[in-house]
Ligand binder design. Structure first.
Ligand SMILES: C[C@H](O)[C@H](O)[C@H]1CNC2=NC(N)=NC(=O)C2=N1
Length: 175
């Protein structure tokens, strides 16, 4: 009898490479992959994990723009506006709500981009204030007419500051 061995990891990956999913099934696969599970989040003490999971999923899946960070203790996303003034005014409107909520963001700004992260410092973890403020940011961003952040744009550098992009490159060469 022929000895049957388990296929190697490489063989499995090569086989999977040739199995192309039916085009109509692709969006489905995508949605499943992004879904946040209870073990992905690190609730702050006193937060209700189920409510937190539902609200986080609404931000990560439905809005599609927020991502979990800090090992499930935070939510972050980049924002972009037409001008520096619009960006600053958006940030001011967030700061006003922060005063009422007694909750502050971890954020940076360069020209027309701001990167916002919500996490609770004490007790450390993800809390209802973070999901509330993330949703608040989405609403305000719509009000201040946010513009699309292109793929690969709006990342945070090693210095913790949102990348500048080509903000100060002259549009026309001075001749
Ligand atoms: C006393 C005051 O409410 C606390 O220091 C608040 C202020 N803002 C805060 N903001 C954030 N992100 N985390 C906190 O734990 C926190 N604590």
């Amino acid at each position: 009898m022929r000895h049957i061995t388990n296929p190697s990891r490489q063989t499995i990956l090569q086989t999977l490479h040739f199995i192309k999913p039916h085009p109509q099934l692709r969006p489905f696969t995508h949605t499943t992959r992004k879904m946040v599970r209870i073990e992905d989040i690190r609730p702050s003490e006193g937060a209700d994990p189920q409510t937190l999971l539902q609200d986080t999923n609404a931000l990560v899946e439905e809005s599609g723009k927020w991502t979990l960070c800090n090992g499930g203790k935070g939510l972050e996303r980049p924002f972009k506006f037409k001008t520096f003034k619009a960006t600053w005014e958006f940030m001011t409107s967030i700061a006003t709500e922060c005063k009422s909520q007694k909750h502050h963001p971890e954020w940076s700004n360069v020209y027309n981009k701001t990167h916002i992260r919500w996490t609770t410092h004490a007790p450390e973890g993800l809390s209802g204030k973070d999901t509330y403020m993330a949703r608040f940011c989405d609403e305000k961003a719509r009000e201040f007419k946010e513009v699309e952040v292109a793929e690969g744009e709006g990342k945070v550098g090693r210095d913790g500051i949102v990348e500048a992009g080509g903000c100060c490159v002259p549009k026309k060469a001075n001749v």
